[in-house]
Design a protein around this ligand. Structure first.
Ligand SMILES: Nc1ncnc2c1ncn2[C@@H]1O[C@H](COP(=O)(O)OP(=O)(O)OP(=O)(O)O)[C@@H](O)[C@H]1O
Ligand SMILES: [Mg+2]
Length: 326
């Protein structure tokens, strides 16, 4: 599979202003040098705690946030420049699904208008063609035709998220950035919406950048995953690498935080979470550099990268890629 997106050494710093002159006194390094690639048709998970820089990364990819340095390539073209985005019709091919369908859908517009909006920006359809297309989109997301004339508040949370999805797929995008798309929904509805995103993905060969703070939610969604921690990536790998063979303590901590539905082993689960938390607290100077930042990534297999120097990996009995191959 070819890479659809290539994100290379991306940095996004926000200025912190202060003092009498309101000058820039510091920078928040929200994204501090991250690289990853998204293949056509895959779901790429970007996972980390609150404030780790996930949304900033997503917004940069969409062109909604100016980048400080680095490149974001779409089919080989750097889309960090507005002129390039425009000439490629990039914002036609790359869409977004937001966390909270309540606030991301205009409450004063009817569903027909909401879904047709991206079409109007890019395609020149007659009123009749437009209506047919919106009806088709409603059908794709499993909503009745009479939804056309309703307002967002007349739907449940899950239904509203379907409307958001219908709008995102209206232009037949190649990539959808889904920023916490199910976090605002009940557990039972979450599964429904996720299944549904999978189904649409297969039908239309869409790639997803799936942003979440919860490794439990994305377990069945993602092909590849990057774990983000304070603006850096601490571990990158396939689903298998991350869930079955995690190496960085931060990844293990996120895994331990997945709520256990297994009632019988709940006590063990809690003990394990405590054990991991203790290592995380006690071993910060092992897992992070002297400034408390994550180390650069080291390749430990053709697909698996961990933010630890080789000597530390050896201490953990993890062999690095060269050793694997030799
Ligand atoms: N417009 C902004 N101006 C200044 N700082 C910002 C701005 N947006 C985000 N930040 C800061 O950048 C860091 C990363 O924020 P971001 O929203 O990308 O995190 P996140 O991983 O999406 O978190 P969450 O899970 O809570 O949504 C945070 O420290 C945040 O306070
Ligand atoms: Mg966010």
């Amino acid at each position: 599979m070819d890479d659809l997106m290539q994100i290379k050494d991306l940095k996004v710093y926000y200025p912190v202003r202060g003092g009498f002159w309101n000058r820039i006194v510091d920078w928040v390094k929200a994204v501090d040098g991250i690289s990853f690639n998204i293949k056509a048709g895959e779901t790429y998970g970007l996972i980390g705690e609150s404030g780790s820089g996930k949304s900033t990364t997503g917004k940069s990819i969409l062109g909604l946030q100016k980048v400080t340095s680095g490149s974001i390539k779409y089919n080989g073209h750097d889309v960090t420049k507005k002129s390039v985005r425009r000439s490629l019709k990039y914002n036609h091919d790359v869409q977004m699904i937001f966390q909270d369908p309540q606030s991301s859908l205009n409450p004063e517009k009817r569903v027909e208008e909401i879904i047709a909006e991206p079409l109007r920006n890019f395609e020149h359809l007659s009123k009749h063609q437009e209506k047919l297309r919106v009806l088709q989109l409603l059908d794709i997301v499993g909503l009745d035709p009479d939804a056309l004339y309703k307002y967002p508040f007349q739907f449940s949370g899950g239904q509203r998220q379907r409307i958001g999805i219908a709008r995102a797929v209206a232009t037949n995008p190649k990539l959808i950035v889904a920023d916490e798309p199910v976090s605002a929904l009940d557990l039972s509805v979450q599964a429904q919406v996720l299944n549904f995103m999978k189904k649409i993905q297969r039908e239309f060969n869409i790639s997803y950048l799936f942003i979440s703070h919860d490794l439990g939610v994305v377990r069945h969604m993602c092909d590849n995953i990057a774990i983000m921690n304070h603006g850096r990536l601490v571990e990158v790998g396939t689903k298998e690498d991350i869930y079955k063979h995690p190496v960085h303590i931060y990844t293990k901590r996120l895994l331990a935080a997945i709520p256990s539905i297994d009632v019988e082993h709940r006590e063990e689960h809690r003990a394990e979470r405590k054990r991991i938390e203790k290592i995380y607290q006690d071993k910060k100077d092992f897992y992070y550099d002297q400034n408390g930042k994550a180390f650069p990534l080291t390749k430990i297999s053709p697909t698996h990268f961990v933010a630890l120097p080789k000597d530390k990996l050896r201490q953990l009995n993890v062999s690095t890629d060269e050793e694997v191959e030799s």
